[in-house]
Write a protein that binds this ligand. Structure first.
Ligand code: IVH
Length: 670
């Protein structure tokens, strides 16, 4: 490439951007940071601006978003979903305001609506005569994937508009918004995936995108998706004059609108808002990557129109990315309670988004290979809210030492046993491995488990090393004199430990199940099991078929549970715990949505929904769709040409309702 001939560079940039688009949109597994991607895009845009003759229609600058996935049908957006121009500095934001004024030939203040820019997946929802009829992803901006079925499972999307005070329901209403996953839910989701040995989501945005673009809507339904709505497409039968009014109207119809939105009198107000939100960013339970400023008056918006596929009336004023680079000093391998070996990168401490980071999990050998992380590498680390810091990628250009690829040890770093290599997880097979014993006791006593206050890891280490305890049950047989044998314990502190062990004897079934440390069973699954089986005895004797019936228990988890109870050692441990004086409360099934516990059977042809969609509605409201009619069925929904199931329902005296009645039932309950 020479200065005068940028063809090579342009081609390179296009290829790179296309490759990253594919990784990001199709595979949901990006290799570079957003900032890095923006940089490539900006460079390409710059070159194309300088050399307009070299712009081709297939250049990545000429489209927005991802091509629709073929498996979903497509839906055309009546009004294209275009993207936003970006600003990264205060000067650029001020320049945006100046441009708006120049275009409108005015020196007057422009009123803006400022909103957090949610980092999720853009979608459009269509409501006809007040009913949710279609939903799609942004796709390439013109057409998106038809993900109606999946969006129906998002509990905060109304399936029917609430009647506003005016009583007027628009003939057609297209609503736009961002589907996202809260950080706390994201962490739980990844923890569960890690327990189940499934690949982890890189960040909440990928988890949202991956969940909405699922071919099986049951999977979508099990993901904690939420939405903030921020705009509209076509609105028929309603007059709106400002963006603020649009958002108020959306709220009145029952949509979730971000509570942090604000009307700003002028650009200075908007800049203040940006600073305020940036300060709040850390404390929010969802990811935002900037604020969006929108001219409030819809008349002015129309006058401003668009330029190169973004509106002149709006702008995304981004925050600096929460990524930093640092160096890997070492890779340590820890042994978990199930014997799983986990590599952890030890890094030169670096402040990322206000917090010092020096350790990041590398998960397993597969992740290490995928990212090709080596000791001595310079890496990009990322933090988002309270998400555990993670290594995004290696900065290959900074790899000076020709270090060798990192390989985890063949022997357990704690007891030296030969490691058993399973697909992704490598395990120490020695059940008496001190590291495993300590970790399983740590897990047993943790907050989500038996919650033994004041008993720290240091105490557990000492107790195991001194031979006072060999398993979690031994804790219940400790005496004050035993504790006094440990370093730095006196009468009072020893008594405190004994007291809190005693206090922890009264627990709940789900805590007890969780604390046993059954592979693949985290606190969420433990709660499901507790509410399904009620007692430890019935769980002990459970069969594969009973487990698999629970919606969120898959074959892997079921096998892990059976394997646990098949081991004599584990049954003995449970007996020893109970003999140690542990008692638990029996928990009733937790109440969910408005159709909680109700079973539905659909039969015949439905007019308004496909079978899958109707079943999705039931599930999203806490009910259970089933395929055959029995005395236990609560409702049979009969469409046209309903056959034998309808007969059976009548025979058994099960309540039969029409599709219309089903719509009313679900809408009434929402
Ligand atoms: S307005 C023409 N408002 O950011 C205006 N977008 O390129 C279009 N986003 O993926 C968007 N929060 O889904 C708008 N409060 C907000 C937003 C927002 C997030 C996303 C949007 C799209 C990207 C804009």
């Amino acid at each position: 490439m020479t200065k005068s001939d940028p063809t090579g560079r342009i081609e390179y940039l296009r290829e790179e951007i296309n490759r990253h688009n594919y990784l990001y949109y199709i595979l949901d597994s990006p290799e570079i940071s957003d900032a890095e991607y923006d940089r490539l895009m900006r460079e390409l845009e710059g070159l194309e601006k300088q050399f307009p003759d070299l712009v081709t229609p297939d250049s990545p600058t000429q489209r927005v978003g991802a091509p629709p996935l073929e498996e979903f049908g497509t839906l055309r957006h009546t009004i294209p979903m275009i993207s936003l121009q970006n600003a990264f500095t205060e000067e650029e934001a001020v320049e945006f305001d100046a441009k708006v004024k120049r275009f409108l030939h005015t020196a007057d203040d422009i009123e803006y609506v400022a909103e957090p820019k949610i980092d999720g997946l853009a979608i459009e929802l269509v409501f006809e005569k007040g009913l949710f009829t279609a939903g799609s992803t942004r796709g390439d901006g013109e057409t998106g994937e038809n993900v109606t079925r999946n969006l129906r499972t998002v509990k905060s999307i109304p399936l029917r508009l609430l009647k506003p005070k005016s009583g007027k329901i628009p003939e057609r209403l297209e609503v736009r918004g961002e589907v996202y996953i809260r950080l706390s839910d994201f962490n739980k989701l990844n923890r569960r995936r890690e327990e189940a040995g499934e690949p982890l989501f890189a960040n909440p945005r990928n988890a949202s995108a991956g969940s909405i673009r699922q071919l099986d809507s049951n999977i979508t339904a099990s993901r904690p998706l939420d939405i903030f709505c921020y705009g509209v497409g076509i609105v028929e039968g309603l007059k709106l004059s400002t963006h603020w009014e649009t958002l108020e109207t959306l709220k009145a119809f029952g949509f979730k609108v971000n509570p942090l939105i604000r009307r700003c009198r002028n650009i200075d107000d908007a800049l203040r808002y940006h600073r305020e939100i940036e300060e709040k960013r850390e404390a929010l339970d969802y990811e935002i990557d900037g604020v969006v400023l929108k001219v409030n008056s819809l008349r002015l918006q129309e006058e401003l129109g668009e330029i190169s596929r973004s509106p002149r009336w709006a702008m995304a004023y981004k925050f600096p990315p929460r990524q930093e680079t640092t160096k890997i000093i070492d890779i340590e391998v820890g042994v978990g309670r199930t014997g799983a070996l986990t590599p952890v990168a030890i890094m030169e401490p670096v402040v990322v988004g206000g917090v010092t980071v020096s350790r990041a999990t590398l998960h397993n050998q597969g992740e290490i290979n995928r990212k090709d992380v080596r000791i001595g590498d310079t890496v990009v680390v990322q933090r988002a809210g309270d998400v555990i810091p993670e290594i995004v990628m290696v900065v290959q250009s900074k790899r000076t030492l020709k270090g060798t690829p990192y390989l985890m040890p063949d022997n357990c770093p704690s007891c030296g046993a030969h490691v058993v290599k399973e697909e992704i997880v490598w395990r120490c097979p020695n059940v008496s491995c001190p590291a495993q014993v300590k970790e399983s006791i740590r897990h047993f006593t943790s907050k989500a488990g038996m919650d033994i206050e004041g008993l720290g890891y240091k105490h557990i280490e000492q107790m195991v090393d001194k031979g006072l305890i060999k398993d979690p049950a031994d804790l219940y047989y400790l005496t004050k004199d035993d504790i006094l044998k440990l370093e730095r314990f006196a009468e009072k502190s020893a008594q405190n430990i004994i007291d809190s062990i005693d206090k922890g004897r009264k627990t709940t079934l789900s805590r007890l199940i969780y604390s046993l440390g059954i592979r693949d069973v985290g606190d969420h699954t433990a709660k499901l099991l507790a509410s399904e089986f009620g007692t430890l005895d019935s769980l002990k004797n459970v069969k594969y078929e009973d487990l698999i019936k629970i919606r969120e228990v898959g074959p892997e988890v079921a096998k892990s549970i059976l394997a646990f109870f098949a081991e004599d050692r584990n049954l003995k441990l449970i007996d020893k715990i109970i003999k140690g004086g542990v008692t638990y409360k029996i928990e009733r099934a937790t109440k969910g949505g408005p159709l909680d516990g109700k079973t539905f059977v659909f039969t015949g042809t439905l007019k308004r929904f496909s079978r899958d969609e109707a079943e999705g509605v039931v599930e999203s409201l806490g009910g259970r769709p089933t395929s055959s009619v029995s005395k236990k069925t609560d409702y049979v929904v009969a469409g046209e040409e309903a056959g034998s199931k309808l007969d059976k329902a009548k025979e058994l005296g099960v309540k039969v309702i029409t599709e219309e009645e089903f719509v009313t039932l679900t809408a009434l309950e929402i």
